[in-house]
Write a protein that binds this ligand. Structure first.
Ligand code: HAM
Length: 418
């Protein structure tokens, strides 16, 4: 017996739930003119080092780097993607001559991060990743946040969630702020937790979203990023808030929300649920106008996006599983009464499948009673019984498993009865 790898999940009996939720999300995205794309799971490590930042936890601690034969240069190193935005931007820059901007795309797939597994935190998890590339107006941010809020509140009907919002300004605004923040915290460095002491050197902005209560207490009197906004940044932040109000989007401003990936500027947000415990964000994102240039583009390509964590979303929706699961096609089970009818059962199954019916065959068990029991467990709506008489007369007995009624019909007409 093999055990599964730590931090991953099998999906054996839950697929109808997963695909039911996915399809609802995808239909919603398509109604906002998002098109589906797919990008590789394998990417160069340097894509994330340049895109997300060398000092981010995701890059410095959580990458699954693949030991591949034949690669000697460091920048040829390959990894399992930890997130979808950098790969999507790489692909866009490759294909941009064909794209109409803003280019709105979504993709679905597994992401990999080497984290300590806990509730809602996996090493292999799945995201629906949505990106709008080439849209500069801050009104797009409001539009897409509203789209997500409608998805969660109305389409999926999540009972309680909160949208946390913050504005990170432009790199120039942040530069002055970071200097002030470091000057404020350095004399008190001994009171910071070990993680914050390291971050103060490597990525000072990230200290702000530290979960430690004592660190948060210290930050209460720290300088505020919004005090360092230029007039233009301030005006955009105001416009975003006003527009969200006009669109009836409820949010709370969290000045300590900075997000763990360096590519963000201006808008950042997280949808959180109290039902998730410590890992409370089930969807997160923001604006990343600088990423394209980080990846080598000569011009700025403004962009905005978000990713929905499927495992966490499905945890929140657990109580609505029945409603959200994909409804299977009505099933017909074919039961030959003896081995002599087995081949006929195969032909009948082929015939029904050619008429787009969902069919299953029960061949192995000797006892008809056991076969009927299995058909029930499979939730078959119809059972087709093939005995000696039916074989001789080219007929089949159709039993409706819901009403219990039974009738004998010609095999050539059975597709009209199930
Ligand atoms: P992120 O916040 O790192 O952002 O991840 C987005 C979501 O993925 C999280 O809110 C969470 O639901 C889920 N998630 C992240 N890590 C794990 C994990 N270890 N186990 C289970 N679920 C997890 C990004 O990935 C950005 N690329 C989002 C984005 C798109 N920003 C702009 N465009």
């Amino acid at each position: 017996m093999f055990l599964k790898v730590k931090g991953v999940c099998d999906n054996f009996f839950e697929m109808t739930y997963w695909s039911g939720v996915r399809k609802k999300i995808e239909a919603h995205l398509k109604s906002y003119n998002f098109g589906e794309i797919d990008t590789p799971i394998l990417e160069h490590v340097s894509l994330f080092q340049r895109g997300l930042g060398y000092e981010t936890d995701v890059v410095s601690k959580q990458m699954f780097i693949i030991e591949s034969k034949g690669s000697s240069r460091d920048d040829d190193q390959i990894c399992l993607r930890p997130e979808g935005t950098a790969g999507t931007m790489r692909a866009f820059l490759d294909e941009q001559s064909q794209a109409v901007t803003p280019c709105k795309v979504f993709s679905y797939g597994p992401m990999f991060r080497y984290e300590r597994p806990q509730k809602g935190r996996m090493r292999e998890f799945h995201q629906i990743n949505l990106e709008m590339i080439g849209g500069a107006s801050i009104l797009y941010d409001a539009h897409l946040i509203k789209m997500l809020q409608t998805l969660f509140a109305e389409v999926l009907q999540i009972e309680s969630f909160v949208l946390k919002l913050n504005f990170l300004g432009q790199p120039a605004d942040r530069k002055e702020f970071v200097t002030a923040l470091v000057a404020f915290l350095t004399p008190q460095v001994a009171s910071l937790c070990a993680d914050c002491q390291t971050r103060l050197q490597s990525n000072p902005l990230r200290v702000l979203d530290c979960k430690s209560v004592s660190c948060q207490k210290l930050f209460e009197s720290a300088p505020k990023l919004s005090d360092f906004f230029s007039q233009q940044t301030q005006a955009q932040w105001q416009l975003l808030q006003e527009t969200l109000h006009e669109l009836s989007v409820t949010y709370v401003i969290d000045p300590h929300l900075v997000r763990g990936l360096d590519y963000y500027n201006k808008t950042v947000f997280e949808f959180v649920s109290v039902n998730l415990g410590a890992q409370s964000a089930f969807c997160a994102g923001g604006r990343y106008d600088g990423l394209a240039q980080q990846l080598g583009s000569k011009v700025e390509v403004p962009a905005f996006g978000s990713a929905i964590g499927m495992e966490r979303l499905l945890m929140i929706l657990e109580s609505q599983k029945e409603r959200l699961s994909e409804k299977p096609q009505p099933l017909t089970c074919i039961i030959p009464l003896t081995e002599a009818q087995n081949k006929l059962a195969l032909h009948l199954a082929d015939f029904l499948q050619s008429h787009a019916k969902a069919v299953d065959l029960l061949l192995d068990d000797q006892k008809t009673q056991n076969k009927m029991k299995k058909a029930n467990q499979l939730k078959a709506q119809f059972v087709l019984i093939l005995g000696e008489d039916e074989q001789k007369n080219n007929t089949v007995t159709v039993k409706n498993m819901i009403t219990g009624s039974q009738e004998v019909v010609l095999q050539s007409e059975v597709h009209m009865k199930v």
